[in-house]
Ligand binder design. Sequence first.
Ligand SMILES: [Zn+2]
Length: 76
Amino acid sequence: MKVMLESIRRLVERLSPAPICEPCIGRRLDLPIDDALHAALGELAVERGFDRESGSCSLCEEHGRVIVRQDRRHAA
Ligand SMILES: [Zn+2]
């Protein structure tokens, strides 16, 4: 779980500010799209400054739920 969280965090940060969808996270990290992945994404969104929102994935261009790093520190 911890390793998975870190892997996801690094992937999303590398892509930032581009959003990525859950299936692409699974494909990139070779993870199943299951409850554990959903839980990890939820934890990232709540605790680590990531947003889950509706949008277009920057990799597959599918519209759906994506995750993206918040960048509020640099917004001003
Ligand atoms: Zn995608």
